[in-house]
Design a protein around this ligand. Structure first.
Ligand SMILES: [Zn+2]
Ligand SMILES: [Zn+2]
Length: 59
């Protein structure tokens, strides 16, 4: 289930996803496709938004 609140990484309010590594609550800008927050992944992994944007850009 999704939960709303304030992102632990960037401080933005919205839907949050729990990091499977550190347990931080990250927004979709800060959670990666693997369910791990950007700080845990070193900040260089595609986010859910990046993935969706790539899909839309292919039109
Ligand atoms: Zn965030
Ligand atoms: Zn994390």
């Amino acid at each position: 289930m999704e939960a709303t609140g304030v992102c632990s990484i960037c401080g933005k309010a919205g839907i949050l996803y729990p990091c499977s590594m550190c347990g931080a609550r990250a927004c979709r800008d800060c959670i990666t496709l693997r369910g791990v927050c950007k700080p845990c992944m070193g900040g260089r992994t595609m986010t859910i938004d990046d993935f969706r944007n790539k899909g839309l850009d292919s039109k």
